[in-house]
Design a protein around this ligand. Structure first.
Ligand SMILES: [Fe+2]
Length: 249
């Protein structure tokens, strides 16, 4: 599996508090069958505004620790970028880190309330630049919970949706669980993320099991592996999944 959303970089945001906790999260992920994790600290959210340089420095530090321990997992850099009015301007200025640094996928976090038309305009502006926005934990956004039909407009405009593994198990309450199920039933989920933070359970394995029960294995594989591989293919020379080595280019 590929975890497309995690807060495992130490001492950057409200995620991992130190390198030991980072390694603990990574070991949990490995035990659950995760082979690749995108480390996506908060950016531009009014509290945390990790710069590209800070993220890449912390990522290198973590990768060195993973190598030292000889852990069989690939960690890639990224960011969870809060949508603000200046999103596109900041992208154009080169301030925003895409998933894996070189992919064309940008992980975005919507504020609880937003103006749909204004955001759709941003999605269009980003897609014109070749970027595919991925909406982080779409099922936890109050406006999408109230109107799940917004998901179709976001997707038809060029965005993709990510859900949090724990939402499928009710970790964030009934409404996000219900919305996550609706998005899965409607085949609107592009990928899954643990969104692991201190105090939360790592739920990728449980979520995969839930998806297999709720829908088809084909859809599950798309969500946990095949779609995230599209991101991977844009940011690494080779990757290993299910003990197979895939060379890129
Ligand atoms: Fe997050």
């Amino acid at each position: 599996m590929i975890d497309t959303h995690s807060h495992i970089l130490p001492e950057l945001d409200d995620g991992s508090e130190n390198i030991e906790q980072s390694m603990d999260f990574i070991v949990q992920a490995m035990k659950q069958g995760v082979k690749v994790m995108f480390a996506t600290p908060h950016c531009c959210d009014g509290v945390y505004d990790c710069t590209k340089k800070e993220i890449l420095t912390a990522w290198q530090f973590l990768c060195e620790a993973v190598d030292r321990e000889g852990l069989d997992i690939q960690i890639l850099p990224g960011a969870e970028i809060r949508v603000n009015h200046d999103l596109v301007t900041r992208y154009d200025a080169g301030d925003l880190l895409t998933l894996g640094e070189t992919s064309r996928f940008l992980l975005l976090e919507l504020p609880p309330m937003f103006i749909m038309n204004a955001f759709l305009r941003m999605v269009r502006q980003l897609t014109e630049r070749g970027i595919t926005p991925i909406i982080a934990h779409a099922e936890r956004n109050p406006m999408i919970i109230a109107r799940p039909e917004l998901a179709a407009d976001l997707i038809s405009t060029g965005a993709e949706l990510q859900i949090t593994a724990g939402s499928l198990k009710g970790d964030f309450g009934r409404a996000p669980r219900k919305t996550a199920k609706t998005l899965v039933q409607n085949n609107q989920v592009f990928c899954l993320g643990s969104d692991i933070h201190p105090g939360r359970k790592y739920r990728m394995k449980a979520a995969r099991k839930f998806l297999n029960k709720a829908g088809s294995r084909v859809q599950t594989e798309k969500i946990v592996r095949e779609n995230p591989e599209k991101i991977l293919k844009e940011c690494v020379d080779q990757f290993i999944l299910d003990d197979q080595v895939f060379m890129i280019g």
